[in-house]
Design a protein around this ligand. Structure first.
Ligand code: ATP
Length: 327
C-alpha cells in the first residue's frame, strides 16, 4: 500500500503571531541634542494580532494583505524585511548566500495608528525566521537585534505589560493582576510618529513663549499610582490613571479625536486615551459585557472608522505553526 501525503503547500513554512500594543502611560522628556526624547512608558499588549509566515527563498521578498496593506512598504523599508535581513546577517546565513526568505504579512493592526504594527511585524519575522533557519537564538539575543530595528520591537517580542525607558526599548516586566477589556477606535487616516513628536515640541515651546519663559520639561517618571492600580487588578482604579504626553499633540493634528474620546467617556469608559502617537483611541471597560456595549455605542456615535474589542495583557510574538524542514 502506498502512503500518500497531501502537499498543502505549507511544507517549509513557519507562521508567527504578534500583538498590537497600547501605552498605559507615555511620559515624554525634553528634546535631546540627538533629536530623540527620553521616554518612560508602560506598554500593554492587546489581543489584536498580525500574522507573519516565512518560507525559504532565493531572494528576500514580502507581500502584505489585510488592514492597511497597500500603505505598507514592500521593499527593504519594510520592518519585517529589515528584521529578517538583520537575523540572517547576525547568524552568518547572509554571507553564505542562504539568507533569502519570502515573507507574507497578514495585517489586522492598522498602519501608522500608534499600535506599533510595523515593529510587531519585525518581531514576528525574527521569531519565525529563527525557527525556519533553526538558528537557535534565545529571547535576549533576538531582543538585541530587534532593538536595532525599532524601539518598540523588544516589547513586541516580550508582550504582557512592561515598563520601557530610554526610547522605550529598555524593558522591565510589570506586575499586573487580572485582565483588562479594551475598545479600540481606529482613525480614518494615520499619524506619522515623528510628526506627533514635532507637534509636542511645538506645543511645549508655544506654552513657554506664552508664559514668558520656557518652563523646563521635567524628566519623565514612572507613575507609582498606575503601577499599584495594575497590581490591584481593578480596571476602575487603572482607568483614571492612564496618561499620554503625546495626546495634546495628536489632538492638535486630528481635532476630531476629541469627539471620539468624549463619546467613549459619555458611554461609560473607565479610561479614554490616545494610544501612543495616535490616532487610535483606547477605551478601558469594566468587563467584556461593558466593552461590548461601549463598542456598540462608539460605533453608533460615528466618530471613527472602525471599532474592535480586545483584551490585554496578550503574549508577545510566538510561533503558532511550524512546518520547518529538518536542518
Ligand atoms: P509606532 O507607534 O511604533 O511609532 P505606528 O504604530 O504609529 O508606529 P506603524 O504601523 O508601525 O505605525 O507604521 C509606521 C510606518 O512604518 C508606516 O507608515 C510604514 O511606512 C512603515 N512600515 C514599515 N514596515 C511596516 C510593516 N510591516 N507594517 C506597517 N508599517 C510598516
Amino acid at each position: 500500500m502506498t502512503h500518500v501525503t497531501q502537499d498543502d503547500g505549507l511544507a517549509g513554512t513557519v507562521t508567527a503571531r504578534v500583538p498590537a500594543k497600547v501605552n498605559l502611560q507615555l511620559s515624554v522628556g525634553p528634546l535631546r541634542d540627538d533629536g530623540y526624547h527620553d521616554l518612560v512608558t508602560v506598554f500593554h499588549a492587546v489581543s489584536l494580532f498580525d500574522e507573519v509566515t516565512v518560507r525559504m527563498a532565493d531572494r528576500t521578498s514580502v507581500v502584505v494583505s489585510g488592514e492597511g496593506g497597500p500603505a505598507v512598504p514592500l521593499g527593504p523599508a519594510n520592518l519585517a524585511v529589515r528584521a529578517a535581513v538583520a537575523l540572517a546577517r547576525a547568524t552568518g546565513r547572509r554571507s553564505k548566500g542562504a539568507g533569502g526568505v519570502r515573507i507574507e504579512i497578514r495585517k489586522r493592526i492598522p498602519v501608522a495608528a500608534g499600535l506599533a504594527g510595523g515593529s510587531a511585524d519585525a518581531a514576528a519575522a525574527l521569531v519565525a525566521c529563527n525557527e525556519l533557519w533553526h538558528a537557535g537564538l534565545n529571547n535576549s539575543e533576538l531582543t538585541h537585534i530587534g532593538a536595532q530595528i525599532g524601539s518598540d520591537v523588544p516589547f513586541a517580542l516580550t508582550g504582557g505589560t512592561a515598563v520601557g525607558i530610554g526610547r522605550g526599548e529598555r524593558l522591565t516586566r510589570a506586575l499586573v493582576s487580572g485582565s483588562y477589556q479594551w475598545v479600540l477606535a481606529f482613525g480614518a487616516t494615520g499619524l506619522a510618529t515623528p510628526d506627533v513628536f514635532a507637534a509636542c515640541d511645538r506645543l511645549r515651546a508655544a506654552r513657554g513663549a506664552r508664559d514668558g519663559e520656557a518652563p523646563a520639561v521635567p524628566a519623565p517618571k514612572l507613575s507609582t499610582e498606575l503601577m499599584a492600580a495594575l497590581r490591584s487588578g481593578d480596571p476602575a482604579a487603572v482607568g483614571p490613571l492612564l496618561t499620554n504626553d503625546l495626546q495634546p499633540a495628536a489632538l492638535s493634528l486630528q481635532p476630531l479625536l476629541r469627539r471620539a474620546l468624549s463619546a467613549g467617556k459619555e458611554h461609560g469608559a473607565l479610561g479614554a486615551i490616545v494610544s501612543g502617537s495616535g490616532p487610535t483611541c483606547a477605551f478601558l471597560a469594566a468587563d467584556p459585557d461593558a466593552a461590548r456595549d461601549l463598542a456598540v455605542a462608539i460605533t453608533g456615535a460615528g466618530v471613527c472608522r472602525a471599532v474592535v474589542q480586545v483584551s490585554g495583557p496578550a503574549p508577545g510574538a510566538c510561533v503558532v505553526e511550524s512546518r520547518a524542514l529538518h536542518p
